[in-house]
Design a protein around this ligand. Sequence first.
Ligand SMILES: Nc1nc2c(ncn2[C@@H]2O[C@H](COP(=O)(O)OP(=O)(O)OP(=O)(O)O)[C@@H](O)[C@H]2O)c(=O)[nH]1
Ligand SMILES: [Mg+2]
Length: 360
Amino acid sequence: MVFLVQLHCISRQQGTEKNKSQARTEGKGRLKPIITEKKQERAILIGVVISGIDQEKAVEYLDELEFLLETAGGLTVGRFLQKLPFADPRTFVGSGKLAEIRNYIAEHGIDLAVFDDELSPAQIRNLEGELQCKILDRTNLILDIFALRARTSYAMVQVELAQYQYLLPRLTRMWTHLSKQKGGIGMKGPGEKEIETDRRFIRDRISLLKEKLKVIDRQQATQRQNRESMVRVALIGYTNVGKSTLMNLLSKSQVFAENKLFATLDTTVRKVVIGNLPFLLSDTVGFIRKLPTGLVESFKSTLDEVREADILIHVVDISHPGFEEQIAVVNQTLSEIGAAGKSSFLVFNKIGRASCRERV
Ligand SMILES: Nc1nc2c(ncn2[C@@H]2O[C@H](COP(=O)(O)OP(=O)(O)OP(=O)(O)O)[C@@H](O)[C@H]2O)c(=O)[nH]1
Ligand SMILES: [Mg+2]
């Protein structure tokens, strides 16, 4: 089904051989988290500077979007920012900017336009028509990275659920778009029937995945109950701040850490003894600005580790120019998952980095 391919359109330089063969051999009709392609896709990034946000902040947001795209395997070729009172409900940016972007795409062989916000199904449809290239929004990109990063079947189920939830309201436009490409007139008829079949398929799959997650959630809850006698400490923070690195240092373990976003999706728990004080330390998924709500819901059990911790260690990358906002995003996400008001410590990491020394 073509719409499944659309959801995974970023090339996968990072994909392992196992991922690649997995993607090729998945059963028919199933949306699988990992698909690999060889060619690195050329992309432009598009954001708006709405009132209340200054230009510098907007540039920083696009830096983050570029990092997300790089993590997904794409290459940023150009950037577009437009000052607007609010994002255009029809095409996200205004018509003049859109014409400028359209010319740029044609001149520079751009495969993909990435928007720094979640686009409505109507916006995606309009933009596809206007720009004639693949359109990705921030949510889609984050979901894609989560799919790329999912290692365990648990993480895969969580990501797949979030992907289907994102896809369901967007099915119509994809079929409409395809039919238009084929020159079809009138979208009613067989197309509609197929959309309905796919909608039904996706709804069934969502129910099945939710059931699967319920079983996993129960298993995880039992595991957590067994650990109740020990003090539980959770490392939390914005993505890429160094939580796993700290986990490895404190617990002398080998949790995967690298300079990419969302290196960690599954929670790791280790027993640590400092002095004569034993406690359980967990490393969790990082947070990010505008984390898709579907993902937060699907990662409920992973986030329960944070909710049920006795103490939170909030790791901050002090060398990042936007570290204060990152702290605010983490605090906001904690309130959203019902984990605000816990005893927590701020730990400032990466203090040795040049940009930080310059600021101090
Ligand atoms: N310069 C410097 N780099 C660090 C420090 N701590 C971690 N890093 C680097 O920062 C990058 C991210 O580290 P991780 O430990 O994977 O970060 P994380 O918070 O677990 O990231 P996610 O799991 O992706 O949310 C890696 O390249 C680390 O080597 C530090 O104190 N100084
Ligand atoms: Mg990590």
